[in-house]
Design a protein around this ligand. Structure first.
Ligand code: AFP
Length: 447
């Protein structure tokens, strides 16, 4: 009966086409012969439990073949299905707007002069890295977009020395009567790297924005207006930060041959592509799932001789075809985490930036690189570890804390992890280092 109703509905709409009515009862509206959107599969319906809360997946029984399922519509449906998470709609709307702006800034940078170092050089962030013009501008774009969503309490960014607390005046409340407090508890923490991979952006290499959204949690910090923050204020803000397993959303925008927006709200991973003709992100990769195993390894082999033996032995085995799959793996490394993780999500395999003798914690940041990407990878059926331990379980000690990252197809990561388990029996120092990351120890902000 449902099939018949769907078919009649399609026919009654004059020229409407029903796509795979017999299988999915989904109706696609559009004229016969006109250019159609590429997606022929709606995302799965259902629900998932994440961090103790149930997330209901939106249902799409109908769609327009001209526009497809846009990100805007996806979020409207998501908010309808999850009223208690409805605020994510405006947060994601802010992020997608920022991504579109950043995409244009990156694309046009050679023509607009937004290349090279901020101030001609000498502008260094808290981690001692030279800031590029685009680092500074994209940080402002994303910070403003999130601030104007009116849902944020704290923002932590790669380009900020300390987390930024948003006070009353910063929040977007122009239309809200000041004397009425609306859902005071509904404030979120956003962590982000506005332009990851920026050191190569002037060469046209793919770059990306990474973001994660947390609930604010129980701790409240009272922060005086204006900068600089005192050390106590900075430590308080840092202590509001939570482990990856408390994330309620995370994702990235990839600025490459196309602009992709890939995210999770805790119930699978959805991938959208920017349709430049109407400025909308359109669902092109519903329900991304990592293949259980891939044939690609992705890491900076320049660090090989400083790696722990565990990683060196594992990589040698898969290069020679002597790993569990018996296949000789091939190497792909962009040096831009968003691009490398995007390829890994779609093709499978393993991406790593491990700890080594020089940089015992690797290079990538727990809060705004490793944890948001780990949430995505796990939601796509993959695994993300430091070597011995799950990244999502690490409680941050500092805003800019680094962690080793090994993530990707579940069987590949599990195989690599076995080398670390075996090595830890021989190398107690390595095990001690790995275990120490699991014990939170508040560092000074920026340490
Ligand atoms: P930049 O943003 O400074 O270009 O760093 C990019 C990055 O954080 C990450 O996106 C890469 O995976 C990683 O660094 C590359 O580091 P190496 O250049 O040491 O391989």
């Amino acid at each position: 009966m449902a099939r018949l109703v769907a078919l009649l509905a399609a026919l009654a709409l004059g020229g409407a086409e029903a796509l795979a009515v017999g299988r999915t009862s989904r109706v696609v509206h559009g004229s016969r012969g006109a250019a159609r959107m590429a997606v022929t599969r709606a995302p799965k319906a259902g629900s998932a439990v994440v961090n103790g809360r149930t997330v209901v997946l939106p249902k799409f029984s109908e769609e327009c073949s001209y526009t497809g399922i846009t990100l805007t519509r996806y979020m409207i449906e998501f908010a309808r299905a999850n009223p208690e998470l409805a605020e994510l709609e405006s947060i994601l709307a802010s992020i997608q707007t920022a991504c579109k702006t950043i995409s244009t800034l990156v694309r046009r940078s050679s023509m607009t002069g937004l290349v090279g170092l901020q101030g001609g050089g000498g502008s260094v962030n808290v981690q001692g890295e030279e800031q590029k013009k685009l680092d500074v501008i994209t940080n402002d774009v994303l910070k403003n977009a999130l601030k104007f969503s009116g849902k944020m309490a704290t923002l932590a960014s790669e380009e900020e020395d300390a987390p930024v607390a948003l006070d009353e005046d910063d929040n977007y409340d122009a239309y809200r009567p000041k004397d009425i407090v609306i859902e005071e508890g509904n404030k979120y923490i956003a962590v982000f790297d506005p332009l990851d991979g920026s050191s190569n952006v002037d060469a046209g290499i793919p770059t990306g924005t990474i973001f994660g959204i947390f609930d604010e949690g129980d701790q409240t910090c009272v922060v005086d207006e204006g900068l600089p923050l005192t050390a106590a204020e900075q430590e308080c803000l840092a202590s509001t930060l939570r482990p990856g397993n408390a994330l309620i959303a995370s994702g990235y925008c990839l600025y490459s041959s196309a602009t992709h927006f890939v995210f999770t709200l805790g119930a699978g991973v959805q991938g959208f592509t920017l349709d430049e003709s109407n400025g909308e992100f359109v669902l092109t990769h519903p329900d991304i799932m990592l293949p259980p195993r891939g044939k690609i390894y992705s890491l900076n082999e320049g660090n090989r001789w400083a790696w722990d033996n565990a990683l060196r032995d594992y990589v040698t085995a898969i290069q020679k075809g002597e790993g569990e799959s018996g296949v000789a793996y091939t190497s792909r490394y962009i040096g831009s985490m968003v691009g490398d993780v995007h390829r890994t999500l779609l093709y499978g395999g393993i991406f790593a930036y491990a700890g080594d003798k020089k940089n015992v914690n690797g290079k990538l940041r727990l809060l705004y690189e490793a944890a948001p990407m780990s949430f995505l990878v796990e939601q796509a059926g993959g695994k993300a570890v430091t070597g011995l331990h799950r990244i999502m379980d690490i409680v941050p000690s500092g805003v800019h804390q680094r962690v080793p990252v090994i993530m990707g197809s579940p069987d590949d990561v599990a195989e690599c992890q076995k080398y670390y388990t075996a090595e830890s029996a021989k190398d107690p120092e390595m095990k001690k280092r790995c275990d120490a990351r699991m014990v939170p120890k508040l560092q000074k902000v920026g340490a």
